[in-house]
Design a protein around this ligand. Structure first.
Ligand code: GAL
Length: 681
């Protein structure tokens, strides 16, 4: 359920007006109109002002702001401010303060300072959200609800007494019998057998590795506690304001490890994602594309919302680089190209005080006579011209497997090598596909993948039997699967599948592994095609698979490094190492074999994505790029192209492929019409 208003692409950001005197607020609404801002997320951290003492609600100041925004044609995504519990509440209930794995109880003075399991926090949340919902129900400015802020970041797991009590209850519900838990966790190892539920603690910091199955369950439990806290609020809001969508903003689909977004997606009316560039990374736009593709995938292919990104620098990285001219525009339009129907920022006006005063805003400290503000105004105009993209779908022929449970399990203690990480492998495959101009979806390994020509599974360490069967069926029915090393090793309890590795995939891949041979730090090995690899080598024994490349050096010289297994109507490929060179070529071979079409001859600085009858051409390089074979009308300047389109360095061109007529120049000013009357909530 996507919010009906604003029409077109939503534009704006977090708005924290309580930091400013009234004159600034008036100026802000005028500036929003100038830039075409049509949606703001309001009141995200305002609990202390909305409920200054227990049960005493003060909505007057917020009423005034909402009415003023509404009169200016700006719709409101109204937040529940539970990510910032007030000082009086924490002083009264110090037991809500979260405890880290190391046993440190955090203090007041930051934010996210309450544990999602703490009963006092849940009660106060319910009281506050009900009051908010009752007060603003029916207010025409409020088009959606924004619950909390970035669950799981930075507080993924809490180890307080309330968490432990809830954990024991969760374990009882999950396992029913203590013997089932003992079996699942393999507690006979290291003499950990439990004889009573009350003996079970959270997997606190320890001088040695803690039972990995216990840790994996604690990750599942902790994520579920945040979802319960979210659902508590959502249910109240749905009861009071049916028809108004409820969401929460994810802390960057790719960057927040603790939230299993396949589970979260079921609870939200619309998926909302935040993304911040890793400023110093040269190709950080590839990470952006991955985040956007994952957000769209989590949304089940439906349009989603970019709830936060930055207009310029952030303030929390080691070196906070300002965006270069045109970079904000490229970033914003890349999110739209990949399915977002909004471009929203943290935050509208840069703060003068507090922890984030060096973070950029749409209105910078330098004011409106600045390049940044001019870019903000220009982007608003661009987005008005892109209104026709709203609701458009992105189609992908290739999928990459992403499973948060496997991610958690893979990165627990004591694996065969510290260089085995999930993100590094996914990033490597995603980047190679991005450079091949292939748009990908992400999928859970148990989901319906039958529609994809190619599925890539980078280090899918934890794979249930059911998921493995799903992959098997996919290949037999004609799918093409590429699996990388350290996949299909354990089940849902981090127990190794019986027999030789990879237990869950032996038959599908037509091979087994006799021994792992992790490489030393900086050690490389060569393959028979001259490719260079690092991190991993292993002794592969084919049992049906044919060798495509062998190891030419290292511990497994003379044995297979890349294999192919024809099974039913499809093919299962296996890659037993981390290619430094040749990964793109291997992927190209798999894509060609599967008949995946993609543009050829384009430099990989050019991002090309199709969405709903539009082709987005984003030039990240410093030279113009000519793209052949695109015809239609350029959305930003109305020029018709039949054949080659030249995209200047750093620029973005969007072609409406289906449009017959040039797109009319829209009127200046915001999309939403100002509203004359100010309704009373
Ligand atoms: C986000 C957060 C915002 C703001 C932003 C700064 O993670 O939701 O409130 O802190 O980071 O980049």
């Amino acid at each position: 359920m996507y919010p009906e208003r604003p029409a077109g692409i939503a534009y704006g950001g977090d708005y924290n007006p309580e930091q400013w005197p009234r004159e600034v607020l008036e100026e802000d609404v005028a500036l929003m109109r100038e830039a075409g801002v049509n949606l703001v997320s309001l009141g995200l951290f305002s609990w202390a002002l909305l409920e200054p003492a227990q049960g005493r609600f003060e909505f007057g100041w917020l009423d005034e702001i909402i009415d003023r925004l509404h009169a200016g044609g700006v719709a409101v995504d109204l937040a529940t401010p539970t990510a910032a519990p007030p000082a009086w509440f924490v002083a009264r209930h110090p037991d809500v303060l979260p405890v880290t794995r190391e046993g440190v109880r955090i203090g007041f003075g930051g934010r996210q300072s309450a544990c999602s399991s703490a009963p006092a926090f849940r009660e106060a949340t319910a009281r506050l959200v009900r009051a908010l919902g009752e007060h603003y129900r029916g207010h025409p400015a409020v088009v959606m609800w924004h619950v909390h802020n970035e669950y799981g970041a930075p507080l993924g797991e809490c180890y307080c007494e309330h968490s432990v009590a809830a954990w024991r209850a969760w374990l009882r519900r999950t396992y029913r019998e203590l013997s089932a838990l003992n079996d699942a966790w393999g507690t006979t190892f290291w003499g950990q057998t439990y004889t009573d539920w009350s003996e079970i603690d959270a997997p606190r910091a320890n001088h040695t590795a803690v039972n990995p199955a216990q840790r994996l369950d604690y990750a599942r439990f902790s994520d579920g506690q945040h979802r319960e806290h979210y659902a508590l609020q959502r249910d109240i809001l749905r009861e009071l304001t049916p028809g108004i969508p409820v969401t929460t903003n994810f802390a960057g689909t790719v960057n927040c490890k603790s939230t299993d977004l396949w589970q979260w997606a079921r609870e939200l009316d619309v998926i909302a994602n935040d993304h911040y560039l890793q400023a110093e990374r040269p190709d950080n736009h590839i990470d952006l594309a991955m985040s956007a593709d994952l957000a769209r995938s989590v949304a089940g292919g439906e349009p989603w919302m970019l709830m936060e990104h930055s207009a310029g620098a952030v303030n929390w990285q080691p070196r906070n680089l300002a965006k270069r001219p045109g970079e904000m525009r490229r970033n914003s339009l890349a999110h739209v190209a990949r399915g977002s129907d909004s471009v929203l920022f943290f935050q509208f006006r840069a703060s003068r005080f507090g922890a984030e005063k060096f973070h950029s805003g749409m209105v910078p400290h330098a004011g409106t006579d600045s390049e940044q503000w001019r870019e903000v105004v220009r982007l608003g105009a661009d987005l008005r011209r892109l209104a026709g993209v709203r609701g458009g779908r992105v189609r992908a022929e290739v999928a990459v497997v992403w499973d948060w449970e496997s991610y958690w399990a893979l990165e627990l203690d004591w694996r065969p090598s510290v260089d085995l990480t999930f993100r590094e492998r996914v990033d490597a495959f995603y980047e190679a596909l991005w450079r091949e101009h292939v748009t990908v979806d992400f999928v859970h390994p148990s989901s319906d993948i039958s529609g994809y020509r190619v599925v890539v599974a980078p280090s899918s360490y934890l794979l249930t039997e059911a998921s493995a069967k799903n992959l098997h069926r996919y290949v037999e029915a004609g799918g093409h699967l590429l699996v990388s090393y350290f996949s299909g090793i354990v089940d849902e309890h981090d127990t190794i599948h019986p027999g030789a590795h990879p237990g869950a995939l032996r038959e599908l891949l037509g091979l087994s592994i006799e021994e792992f041979h992790p490489l030393r730090e900086h050690e490389t090995v060569t393959l028979t095609g001259g490719e260079v690899a690092r991190v991993w080598s292993e002794r592969v024994r084919p049992a049906g698979a044919v060798t495509v490349r062998g190891f030419a050096g290292g511990p497994d010289a003379g044995h297979p490094a890349v294999t192919r297994h024809d099974l039913g109507a499809g093919t299962a490929w296996y890659l037993a190492t981390a290619l430094v060179t040749g990964l793109r070529e291997l992927l190209a071979q798999v894509l060609d074999h599967a008949g995946v079409s993609r543009p050829h001859g384009l430099p990989d600085s050019l991002e090309l994505v199709r969405r709903g009858g539009h082709v987005f051409l984003i030039n990240h390089g410093d030279r113009p790029v000519t793209v052949e074979g695109v015809s239609g009308v350029s959305v930003f300047d109305g020029v018709r192209h039949d054949g080659p389109v030249t995209v200047p360095a750093g620029a973005v061109t969007v072609i409406a492929e289906a449009a017959a007529e040039p797109v009319a120049e829209p009127a200046a000013g915001p999309v939403a019409e100002p509203v004359a009357e100010t309704p009373q909530p």
